[in-house]
Every structure is written in C-alpha cells, then in structure tokens.
Design a protein around this ligand. Structure first.
Ligand code: HEC
Length: 168
C-alpha cells in the first residue's frame, strides 16, 4: 500500500516538475518576444527629452519615407487607402488620428505605428521589417521640432523601388 502511494506521489511530483519546467520555458520565450533589444532601445529613446540636433526633411526624413513606407503608401493605389506621399496626405487623418501632429510624436498616427513591437498587429512597416531605432529617432525628432515640410509645397515623394516588398 505505502509503496504504491509513494509511487503515485512520485509520479505527481514528476508531472508537477515537468509543468513547472514548461512554464519556465514559456515565460522566458514570451519575455523574449515582448522585450527585444530594440524595444529596450526604443524605451530609452522615448524617455529622452533632451533637445536633439536639427532634423532636415529633405536629407533625413524624406529618404526614410521613400524607402520604407512609400512602396506601399504611395502611388495611385496605396495600401489600406493610406497615402503618405504629399504634404497634404501626411498631415491628413486615418483611423488612429492625424498621421503627423507637429510637436507631438505620440499623438501622430505615423509615429505610433512605427514604435510598435515588430510582432504586434498594425506595426509598420509590417512584420519583420521594423525601422532601425536610428530611423525612428529621426522621425521622432522631426515631429518634435514642428514637422516642417522642407520640400516644394506640392512635391510628391517617390517610392524607392525594391526597397520594401509590396505585399506583406
Ligand atoms: C509592405 C507594405 C507596407 C509598408 C512598407 C508600410 N505599410 Fe503602413 N500599412 C500597410 C497596410 C496593409 C496597412 C493596413 C493594415 C494594417 O493596419 O495593418 C497599413 C496601415 C498603416 C497605417 C494605419 C492607417 C490608419 O488609418 O491609421 C499607418 C499610419 C501606416 N500604415 C504607416 C506606415 C509607415 C509610417 C510606414 C513606413 C515606416 C509604413 N506604413 C510602411 C502596408 C504597409
């Protein structure tokens, strides 16, 4: 009798141990998913309130938009009907409010989707193509500095062909 009970205890203990190990493995892989080095770097960037060097639209911002966003959000049939290729389009509104709210990155739809974790729905550019933190920093500082449109008033930004896939 006693021996059998001890065996059952042993078996239960084994099952508990396996479950515990499984939880530990899941927890560690999840925390890895939710907190990548990029996320940590981003948090640091968002907490940094110091004034930044002047960002130039033509030299700094335009190339990022043209290479990383316009392959989908430019031209005659932009993804999700969201055009980001003219001054008027950039300052228009989408589901998440205005894409660019001068001085306020965190209220700007364009900024809010680029700081999502790469695996989160709605992250831009879509899954697996997140911007570098340095690129995010330039876009953030451009918005913080008043989001001046540096080009000709009615210029249309041009997608860089082949820089991003057209489909997700
Ligand atoms: C591979 C194609 C692709 C690229 C590249 C891409 N997007 Fe998108 N974007 C989409 C699609 C598809 C949607 C709609 C579905 C969704 O929200 O996931 C979307 C939705 C959005 C929205 C939400 C629209 C709203 O109404 O609020 C914003 C803002 C946006 N993209 C900004 C950007 C920015 C900024 C970049 C560049 C840094 C970018 N996207 C790059 C395909 C793309």
């Amino acid at each position: 009798m006693n021996v059998r009970y001890r065996n059952i205890d042993g078996a239960l203990g084994g099952v508990a141990l396996v479950l515990l190990l499984l939880c530990a493995v899941l927890a560690s892989s999840c925390s890895h998913l939710f907190s990548t080095p990029r996320d940590a770097e981003l948090r640091k960037l968002l907490a940094d309130d110091r004034p930044a060097a002047r960002v130039d639209f033509e030299g700094d911002v335009r190339p990022i938009l043209e290479a990383r966003c316009l392959p989908c959000h430019g031209g005659p049939s932009p993804a999700a009907g969201v055009s980001l290729d003219t001054r008027e389009a950039l300052f228009a509104s989408g589901f998440r409010g205005s894409f660019v709210v001068p001085d306020e990155p965190l209220r700007s739809g364009l900024f809010r989707v680029i700081i999502l974790s790469d695996s989160e729905p709605g992250a831009m550019p879509p899954t697996g193509h997140a911007l570098e933190v340095g690129e995010i920093k330039l876009l953030r500082n451009w918005i913080r500095q008043g989001a001046q449109w540096g080009g000709e008033e009615d210029a249309t930004l041009q997608p860089v062909e082949g820089a991003e896939p057209r489909s997700i």
